[in-house]
Design a protein around this ligand. Structure first.
Ligand code: PGA
Length: 253
């Protein structure tokens, strides 16, 4: 059975004391049974959040594929592993757009994360013009083919996928349940073609993009949506606590 996951991507937000406070609050939340919760704080706070987390897992929003060396400003997957960090985001649209991360680099990051045993959350998703011209399934399939589908079945099983339509990120415009389910079902079918039915059924595919307490229950109830990668709503403890609560997931059980 695939894991149900709620992950908070804090992006480049919060002061040190705010991050500490929010981390504490998330660890004290009433988390529904069987739901795995991850937080992805800014790199500066990752270690502190990890040391003070008893319940939730802690990941980094980025890391570099080389283990060590003259890469000023970077932190490596190996260093994350050494520091006991659980997971890493790879392929977020903001990194693709603002930092020009291409398929090749994302592939290298994925390989390095898996090599060091840091759980990768691989993000994919189309921009608005691709949604509008109707080629969004092809676009997302290509993202997976370019950076993910080279993995062996054994490695792929450790990857969490997150579908985040760019037009829905931080815009307040969520994908409808039909749009989310269409893409998630398509992603699962491509995974099945590549890795077979068992692995496809066990792959967690999260939805991200303006997911909030008002729409999470309907999204999480979609057959192929296994949770959320949450930006804005993960910064407010009151909102995030709704997303991880049993009630938001009960219609699934
Ligand atoms: P959002 O961000 O929930 O603020 O739309 C999601 C994400 O970028 O992971």
């Amino acid at each position: 059975m695939r894991s149900k996951i709620v992950a908070g991507n804090w992006k480049m937000n919060l002061s040190q004391s705010e991050a500490k406070q929010l981390c504490k609050e998330v660890n004290n939340m009433n988390i529904g049974s069987g739901i795995e919760v991850y937080i992805f704080p800014p790199m500066l706070y990752v270690s502190d959040c990890k040391s003070s987390s008893t319940v939730v897992k802690v990941g980094a929003q980025n890391a570099y594929p080389k283990d060590s060396g003259a890469y000023t400003g970077e932190v490596s997957m190996w260093q994350l592993k050494e520091a006991g960090i659980d997971a890493v985001l790879i392929g977020h649209s903001e990194r693709r757009e603002y930092f020009n991360e291409d398929h090749t680099l994302l592939k290298q990051k994925l390989d390095a994360a898996l090599f060091h045993g840091v759980k990768p959350f691989f993000c994919c998703g189309e921009p608005l013009e691709i949604r509008q011209d109707g080629s969004f399934l092809k676009y997302v399939k290509n993202q997976l083919e370019e950076s993910v589908f080279h993995l062996s079945a054994n490695d792929f099983e450790k990857v969490v996928l997150a579908y985040e339509p760019i037009w829905a990120i931080g815009t307040g415009q969520t994908a409808s349940t039909e749009q989310a389910e269409e893409m998630h079902a398509a992603i699962r079918s491509w995974v099945e073609e590549k890795y077979g039915n068992t692995i496809a059924e066990n792959t967690s595919i999260l939805y991200g993009g303006s997911c909030n307490p008002g729409n999470a229950q309907a999204l999480f109830a979609c057959e192929n949506v296994d949770g959320g990668l949450i930006g804005g709503a993960s910064l407010k403890a009151a909102d995030f606590s709704v997303l991880v609560a049993e009630e938001t997931w009960t219609i699934l059980n």
